[in-house]
Design a binder for this molecule. Sequence first.
Ligand code: HEC
Ligand code: HEC
Length: 476
Amino acid sequence: MNRTSLYFIYKCTLLLSAGYICCCCENDSYDDTLIIKPNGRVALPAELSAGISTNFMSSSKAYDTEASWVTGANAIRFVSGDKLYDDSRVSGSAIGGGLGPVHAGHSCGSCHKNAGRTKPTLFTDGGSGNYGFSSMLVYITRKNGAFFQNYGRVLHDQAIYGVKPEGKLKATYAGTEYEFPDGEKYALITPSYEITEWYADSIRPADLNITVRIPLRHVGMGQIMALDLDELQQLAAQSNYPEYGISGKLNYIVERGVKQIGVSGNKAQHADLTVELGFSSDMGVTSDRYPEEIAEGQAQMMGFSQWGAQISTRDMEDVDLYMQSLGVPARRNVTDKTVLKGEANFYKAKCHLCHTVTLHTRKRGTQLLNGTQLPWLGGQTIHPYSDFLLHDMGKELDDSYVSGLAMGCEWRTTPLWGIGLQEKVNGHSHFLHDGRARNLTEAIMWHGGEGEVSRGIFKKMSKEDRNALITFLNSL
Ligand code: HEC
Ligand code: HEC
C-alpha cells in the first residue's frame, strides 16, 4: 500500500457496507476514493469500472446487485423497484395487473433477465413464430418511415386471453463461411424477417420495413444517466479520424418538447431510462404519461381498453432508482499476461477510437424521474468502453430505420463494460443490436463502415493475438 492510500484511509470519514467501500465526503469528487475489495485488498484502478459503484461480483447476479452506497430509504426503494421490474404483470385491474391487451413482454425482467439480455428465441426457434415469447422488440414502419395506423412502432406479438397478437415474427438465416488469412474458419449468419399471422391483412410486404432488437444489458445505466454531457460534446468534436475512416456524432432527440442528447438505446434514441415507455409500449401498462392503451385504434380493443394509470408514477420512480443504483461489475484478471496482451491489441486495432475507455460523470450525479438526487453517481471516473456516439457501421448492419439523427446504418457504440459476464448472467453469447453475432469474434467481423479498418486489423492478426483480444473483452 502506498503513501497516498494510507493518507486516504486516515482521511476516511465514512465506512460503508462492511468496509468494502471507504469514501471521503469532503467535496464533490470521489475520484481519490480508496476502495477495498471483499478479499481485503485495495482495488487497482483498472478494476474499477465505475468508481464507487463498482461491484466485485462475477456470478449470474453481477448485473443485478445494488451498489454498496444503496442504504436506508434508497435500499427500500431499490427492493421495491427490483420487484416491480421482475414481477410478471397479469391482465385485469388488480394490483400488478394492466398487462396488454397486446404486449411484447410481461415484465421488464422477462426481456432483461438479471438486468441483462434474455436469450433471444430468434436463433433457436426462428422468431416468435408459434413458439411463444421471444424477448425481442420488433419495430415496423412503412418504407417511407411512417407508422402503420393502429399498430404504432412496436409489433406486439403477444396478447392476453381473447385478443389476437398483432402479428408474429418469422426469422430465417443465410449463413456464409469465411476464413481468416491464417486459415481459421468463421461463419456469419444474415437474418431476414417476415411478419406472419397479421391481426389485420391491410399491410403489404412491399411497403414494410422490419427491424429487430434484442435487449441491451443494463450495466451502468446510472452512470450513463450521469454522463458529463460537455465531455461527450468534446468527444463528438474530436471524433474525426480520416486516416481510419471514423467520425462519430451525437444523437439529438426531442422528448417532451425538449431537445436533448440521446445516450441510451441502440441508436442513442433516448435521453432517459424509458421506464414509462417500457411499461406502456412494451407491456401495455398505462400510466399518467401514457394513459391510453397501445393499439387503441384496433377494433379488437373495444371492451378491453380503458383509460387511466395502471402503474403509478411513484412506482415507476422506484424502477428508475433500481436501474440507476445497480453496481457495475469490476474487471477481472487485469494483470493476467494474455489479458494485457489483448488490451494492447484492442488499442492496436483502434477499437478504442469508438469504444472509449475512460469517461467521467458530471459533478452532481443525476436526477430520477421526479428529481430525487443520487449524489454517489457524480464526480466518478468510469470505464464504459463507449463514446455514446453514432457511427456508420456499413451496409450490412443498415436497418433502414431512422431514430432522431441516426440513419439506418448508424448505431451507438455499445458500451462493453460487463460484456465478459453476459454468458454467466444470461446463458448465451448473442451480440449486436439484433443478436446476429453468436460470439465476440462474429461481433467484430460484422463491423463495417467506420468499423472496417478495425475489423481489417483484427482479421490480419495471428490467431494468438485475436484470441488474446477476445480474452481481454472477456475481462470487461
Ligand atoms: C419485449 C422485451 C422488452 C421488455 C418487456 C422491456 N424491454 Fe427494455 N429493451 C428491450 C430491447 C429490445 C431494448 C433495445 C431497444 C433499442 O435500442 O431499440 C431495450 C432497451 C432498454 C433500455 C436502454 C438500455 C441501454 O443500455 O441503453 C432500458 C433502460 C430499458 N430497456 C428498460 C426497460 C424497462 C424499465 C422495462 C420495463 C418497464 C423494459 N425495458 C421492458 C426489450 C424489452
Ligand atoms: C467506428 C466505431 C467502432 C469501432 C472502431 C469498433 N466498434 Fe465495436 N461497435 C461499434 C458499434 C456502433 C457497435 C454496435 C453495432 C450494432 O449493434 O449493430 C459495436 C458493437 C461491438 C460489440 C458488440 C457489443 C454487444 O454487446 O452487442 C463488440 C463486442 C465490439 N463492438 C467490439 C469491438 C472491437 C473488439 C473493436 C476493435 C477490433 C471494435 N469493436 C471497433 C462501434 C465501433
